[in-house]
Ligand binder design. Structure first.
Ligand SMILES: CC(C)(COP(=O)(O)OP(=O)(O)OC[C@H]1O[C@@H](n2cnc3c(N)ncnc32)[C@H](O)[C@@H]1OP(=O)(O)O)[C@@H](O)C(=O)NCCC(=O)NCCS
Length: 168
């Protein structure tokens, strides 16, 4: 599967992360509210945040798709990251989203997710999931708005979460 490196939605420019995004990315991953339901729930320091950006770009190189940087077209601000994710050890292709807190509540995750799902299905994916902590009600709402249904609990790497999915 090959996704465009850049594209535009109604309000967002989806593009590759670049090193100049580090200040904004590090601020997002240093926020305990943002990180609460991601992986081990711990915040990241600037160096860890940089390595996460490198892993996101590496995922694009290895798989041909990955998380885009989500830039607000109106302001040019980095509002978050999201897209398609399928690292080793994952149960199936995932659509995922993370927004910096000032940009919650505007539908940006849903807007990006809709485009990512459409492209994935156009490229032959038959099912796409979202792996979500059972307490992450905001993310569950995004998954449901994208038509995803709860499959059940799942353990991925060492984390217990719920798997939601939508079929083509
Ligand atoms: C999960 C997360 C991305 C959800 O963000 P969000 O802003 O609530 O989600 P959306 O971008 O879809 O926005 C939805 C809200 O925006 C509002 N909204 C405003 N304009 C909108 C529009 N044009 N379209 C859709 N929703 C809009 C809606 O009221 C909606 O809230 P509602 O569903 O309660 O009515 C965010 O909470 C986050 O980044 N959390 C931390 C990281 C994380 O946990 N990621 C997920 C891991 S599984």
């Amino acid at each position: 599967m090959k996704m465009p490196l850049e594209l535009e939605t109604e309000r967002l420019k989806l593009r590759q992360l670049r090193e100049s995004d580090l200040d904004d990315h590090a601020a997002m991953t240093a926020d305990p509210e943002v990180m609460r339901f991601l992986n081990d729930g711990k915040t990241m320091d600037r160096a860890q945040s940089w390595r996460t950006m490198a892993a996101i770009l590496g995922h694009w190189t290895l798989k041909g798709y990955g998380f885009w940087a989500m830039e607000e077209k109106a302001t040019g601000k980095l509002v978050g990251r999201g897209g398609l994710w399928f690292p080793e050890g994952w149960p199936m292709l995932e659509v995922g989203w993370t927004l910096a807190r000032p940009h919650w509540g505007r539908g940006y995750a849903t807007e990006m997710g809709r485009v990512a799902l459409r492209l994935a299905f156009e490229q032959g994916a038959t099912e796409v999931c979202s792996l979500i902590d059972e307490g992450n009600v905001r993310s569950i709402r995004v998954a449901e708005k994208l038509g995803e249904k709860l499959i059940g609990p799942i353990r991925v790497t060492s984390f217990d979460c719920l798997i939601y999915s939508v079929k083509r």
